[in-house]
Design a protein around this ligand. Structure first.
Ligand SMILES: Nc1ncnc2c1ncn2[C@@H]1O[C@H](COP(=O)(O)OP(=O)(O)OP(=O)(O)O)[C@@H](O)[C@H]1O
Ligand SMILES: [Mg+2]
Length: 299
């Protein structure tokens, strides 16, 4: 399951909450961070997550995919019996391949993730039922998803092409791979979500399985309440007026968010669910548990 979305909308948060849902359901789950973010460890209050798996909660593991390490592992596996490896040596082979075909870093990144999702692990780690990828933002996510196809086409034959084809087939198998997009109920994230769904469909013939609109503010007032508040405008002392203004502006935001949510629902084919805004400066384990309970109800 790939979790993507515009920068800062809550991809890591949603990936972690989803991981808790799956682990509670008895699935051995791994959340993979790519692009060296190391945000998960902070959320769970543990030490830094390395390239190998760390247990965050019962049945929930995390791994941070380091592209350099992934390249080395990939080479080690790929070139076990290759004469090219013998002639050039590992690093030079990689330089040679990188020069021959751009996007190799993307390929080994998705390759590592794919590897985590396989039952028969080639690199010899433990076995998972579900791999959740805290993927990069939507633009880069498309590049990563495109990499295996590009590579298979460039390499045409041989072990690299075969592996790229296997990864591509895995990504395109909707029973094996899901795509979840996270958004905020705001103009730009909504646009990016709509564009991503279209790009995924048009370029890769893949679909978005679910959209989670994160951090929706509560709608505390009905339209009638708001009219009543509005009619009080200008009355009362300064502090009453300030409270009134705050309530009205909160109401305006909640309405604007719901308008964006409606716009999103009209523009996409994937089902859209929401997660509430949590009023804490930093989300920790308890808040993630709370969001995961919400997700479980809504997904
Ligand atoms: N539902 C929520 N309520 C309140 N705060 C939230 C919520 N979801 C996420 N946040 C906070 O918003 C910030 C961004 O969240 P997160 O790191 O998950 O986003 P991201 O999409 O992974 O960002 P990046 O693109 O930088 O990787 C964090 O500080 C997180 O704690
Ligand atoms: Mg993140």
């Amino acid at each position: 399951m790939l979790v993507t979305g515009k920068g800062g909308v809550g991809k890591t948060t949603v990936a972690a909450a989803l991981g808790l849902v799956a682990a509670r359901a008895g699935k051995r789950t791994v959340v993979c961070e790519v692009a060296e973010q190391e945000r998960l460890a902070a959320m769970f209050g543990t030490s830094d997550i390395g390239h190998s798996e760390l247990e965050l909660a019962p049945g929930l593991f995390a791994v941070s995919v380091d592209p350099e390490r992934a390249k080395e592992e990939w080479l080690g596996y790929q070139l076990r019996s290759s004469t090219l490896a013998g002639v050039l040596g590992g690093n030079r082979v990689f330089q040679y391949l990188t020069a021959a075909a751009p996007g190799l870093t993307e390929l080994v990144t998705i390759g590592k993730v794919w590897d985590l999702a396989q039952l028969e692990r080639r690199t010899g780690g433990s076995v998972f039922d579900l791999a959740i990828v805290d993927a990069p933002a939507t633009g880069h996510a498309l590049a990563i998803l495109r990499a295996p196809q590009t590579f298979a086409a460039v390499a045409r034959a041989g072990p690299i092409a075969r592996q790229a084809e296997r990864i591509d087939a895995f990504l395109h198998d909707s029973a094996a791979t899901g795509v979840l997009v996270t958004a905020l109920p705001e103009e730009m994230p909504v646009n990016e979500t709509v564009d991503f769904e279209r790009g995924l469909r048009d370029e890769l013939q893949m679909k978005v399985d679910a959209i989670v609109v994160n951090a929706l503010h509560p709608a505390r007032f009905s339209a009638a309440d708001a009219r009543a508040l509005d009619s009080l405008d200008g009355r009362g002392g300064p502090s009453a007026r300030a409270a009134l203004r705050a309530a009205l502006s909160e109401h305006a935001r909640a309405r604007a968010e719901r308008a964006q949510l409606r716009r999103l629902r009209r523009a996409v084919s994937a089902p859209v669910s929401t997660l509430p805004r949590i009023f804490e400066p930093e989300l920790g384990r308890d808040e993630l548990e709370q969001l995961s309970a919400e997700l479980e109800r809504r997904l």
